[in-house]
Each structure stands twice: as structure tokens, then as C-alpha cells.
Design a protein around this ligand. Structure first.
Ligand code: BG6
Length: 369
């Protein structure tokens, strides 16, 4: 089943381009998003004034990425909550709330219980799920399946990019129904999405061997930090989670702007820090801010590994290593920036001789609360 790959995870990371392409397939017509599963459900989206995304683990980080674009395209406020926190605080929800659950397996008990709770409170529910006919989609008013294909490795990789893709499709769908996104803009976003599989394939082709080698040099590292801003922030969290899960290394993700409010105290000479650098073309100000974060940590001896778009020359003299990703609009950068981080965590765990498919203490689908 691994088909020549050293692990299911290696195979699944190599399938990240297909996970996006297959999630898009059949859902774009004449340059616009058309989601056949949501046909006839316009009413479900018409009266909502709030969206709450609930999920656990990697799926929750996909939700955090999705929040930025969905708010922009729908002009509906979006909150992202961990499913197991959600129903223990008497959340303010009702018929005007759309609760979007994200789950690869569709069986995660924490998420399922949160969905049931939301339904009982009269909220509308939409499930983003990778497993046909699973329990969570069956309990939901609407379903948008991700088509990442079966994911066997315990830690999620290809499902993550498929989840972001599905969230974006959903965001554009709702945005068009409500008239909050112009057809021409939606078409431009669709073009960006359609270009993603090829761009991920480019990263795998050009950067994978280098990242793996570099990860193997870091096999003795005891702690790694990840910094990101805006949509790069949840990617920093995902990079850290993957490293904990696969390589059992202490790892933390931070919002780059938060650095001076605490985490900078952690920086000592030699501390490896991954920094996700936003495009200087589309967000010059944010780019400048992230570069200045790099300067601050480097001045304190951090070893900076930057993930930056091709042609971003400003980052070169600032970082110890630069991992390149192809050009994309800001909302779409996370789909690219996460790929080097998946490769890195897998490469480091492999260099340590660990089983990347079945990390200790973890289960693929946690069906207890
Ligand atoms: C964890 C898995 O237990 O559950 C993670 O180890 C996953 O990889 C999380 O992200 C959520 O799972 P699911 O199936 O609900 O997406």
C-alpha cells in the first residue's frame, strides 16, 4: 500500500498536490465555485451572522487559516474554537450561527459532541470531512467533503491542505450567495486555488531533498520555535505541532508580533527558529515587520530558517537558511508554506530513527472524550 515509499507519511506528503486538486475537482464551473453538495441550501447561509469553526489538532489549525479569507469574503465574523473547549462554556449560539466542523476522520468524539451540542442549541451545522459517511457529516445539516484520499499516518498532512481548500471553497460559495465578494474577485481567487497543486509539486521537487538533509543535521536539536504573522501564524502552530508529534521535540509556534511580549526571552545563541515570511509584493508592511522580528532574534543569536517566496531578496542576508516557496496571494501562501514544515518534521523524525506513521501515545482518530 505504501507503493515504494518509506512510510505512509512520505507517500501522503507527496500527495499534497493531489489532495488540493481533488478537493477542487468538480467544484469549479466557468471560473466560479459551484459546490453540488450545497445545492438548494442557500437558505442555510442567508440568515447567518456568525460562523464558529470547531475542530481538534491539525484540523483546528486549518480552521485558523481559513478564518482570515472567510471573514474577508463573507464579511461574517468567524471564530475558531477547539471542540473540547466549546461546549463547556455555554457559548452564545442560535439559529443565526453556522458551526463549521472540520475533521479528517469524521469520528473525533470531541468534535462530534460539539456538533451535536450546537445542533441542540439551534445552530446550523456544516461538516468538512475526509471520510464518506462518517458520523460527524451524518450529524450535520450540510457537508463539504475533502477529497484527500485515505490518510493512514497518524499525524495529518495532506488532509490539512485539503481542509484549507474546502474552507476557501465554502467561503467563496457563501460570499457569492451573500453578494459580499464580486464575481471577478472570486474568479481571481479560484485561479489562485487552481494554481496551488502545481506550486506544491514544485516545492516537493525543488526543496524536499535539501530540507531532509538539513533536518538530519538537526537530529540532536532539543527545541525549535516557529514564528508567523497573519495567516502565517497558524502555520507556525502547525509546524510546531508536527515536530512534537513526529520527532518528540519541544516546539512552540508564536505570532511574530508577540515576540517582544514574552517569547523573545527564550532566544539564546544557537536556538533554531523557523520564520514564515509573508510576500513583500502584496503586504510590504507585514513583510517589513517580520524581517525586523528576524533581526531582533538574530541579534540574540537565534539560528533563523526562513520560509520565503522566490525572489524575496531582502530575506537572504538576514537568515541562516532560506527555504523557497513559489509566489502566491497572501491567503494562499499557507497552502505552500506548510509543505516545507511537514517535510522538515518528517525528515527530522526519520533521522532520529522514529516511526513517523505511528508516533508514540497517539491515535489516528480519538473516539473518546
Ligand atoms: C488527533 C490526530 O488525535 O486528532 C491528529 O492525531 C488530528 O492528527 C486530530 O489532527 C483531529 O482528527 P480529525 O480526524 O478530527 O481531523
Amino acid at each position: 500500500e505504501k507503493g515504494g515509499w518509506s512510510s505512509f507519511m512520505a507517500k501522503e506528503v507527496s500527495e499534497e498536490p493531489d489532495a488540493v486538486a481533488n478537493t477542487l475537482r468538480g467544484r469549479i464551473r466557468d471560473g466560479q465555485v459551484v459546490i453540488p453538495e450545497l445545492d438548494g441550501l442557500d437558505e442555510l447561509f442567508a440568515g447567518i451572522s456568525r460562523i464558529i469553526v470547531i475542530a481538534c489538532g491539525t484540523a483546528a489549525y486549518a480552521g485558523q487559516v481559513g478564518k482570515y479569507a472567510i471573514e474577508q469574503w463573507t464579511r461574517i465574523p468567524v471564530d475558531v474554537e477547539l471542540a473540547h473547549e466549546f461546549r463547556y462554556r455555554d457559548p452564545v449560539i442560535g439559529p443565526d450561527t453556522l458551526v463549521v466542523s472540520i475533521s479528517q476522520s469524521g469520528e473525533t468524539m470531541d468534535t462530534l459532541m460539539a456538533v451535536k451540542y450546537a445542533r441542540e442549541r439551534g445552530a446550523k451545522t456544516l461538516s468538512i470531512c475526509n471520510t464518506q459517511g462518517a458520523t460527524i457529516p451524518r450529524e450535520s445539516d450540510a457537508i463539504v467533503y475533502t477529497h484527500a484520499g485515505p490518510e493512514v499516518a497518524v499525524a495529518s498532512t495532506k488532509a490539512f491542505v485539503a481542509q484549507i481548500t474546502a474552507l476557501y471553497l465554502m467561503g467563496l460559495h457563501i460570499g457569492r450567495i451573500r453578494g459580499s465578494v464580486a464575481a471577478a474577485d472570486a474568479a481571481e481567487h479560484v485561479r489562485e486555488l487552481e494554481a496551488i497543486p502545481g506550486k506544491i509539486a514544485q516545492i516537493l521537487e525543488r526543496e524536499q531533498p535539501r530540507i531532509e538533509q538539513f533536518a538530519s543535521w538537526m537530529a540532536d536539536t532539543r527545541s525549535v520555535l516557529f514564528l508567523g504573522r497573519h495567516v502565517g501564524y497558524p502555520i507556525a502552530l502547525e509546524g510546531a505541532l508536527k515536530l512534537k508529534e513526529l520527532a518528540y521535540i519541544h516546539a512552540e509556534g508564536f505570532a511574530a508580533g508577540e515576540l517582544k511580549h514574552g517569547p523573545i526571552a527564550l532566544i539564546e545563541p544557537g536556538q533554531p527558529v523557523f520564520v514564515i515570511v509573508p510576500s513583500p509584493r502584496k503586504s510590504a508592511e507585514m513583510h517589513k515587520k517580520v524581517i525586523s522580528s528576524i533581526e531582533e532574534i538574530r541579534a540574540r543569536g537565534a539560528r533563523v530558517i526562513a520560509i520565503a517566496e522566490e525572489g524575496d531578496a531582502a530575506v537572504l542576508p538576514k537568515a541562516d537558511e532560506v527555504l523557497r516557496i513559489p509566489l502566491a496571494d497572501p491567503f494562499f501562501e499557507p497552502l505552500l508554506a506548510v509543505v516545507p514544515l511537514h517535510i522538515f518534521a518528517m525528515g527530522l523524525a526519520t533521522a532520529k530513527g522514529l516511526d513517523v506513521d505511528q508516533p508514540r501515545n497517539l491515535a489516528k482518530s480519538v473516539t473518546v472524550e
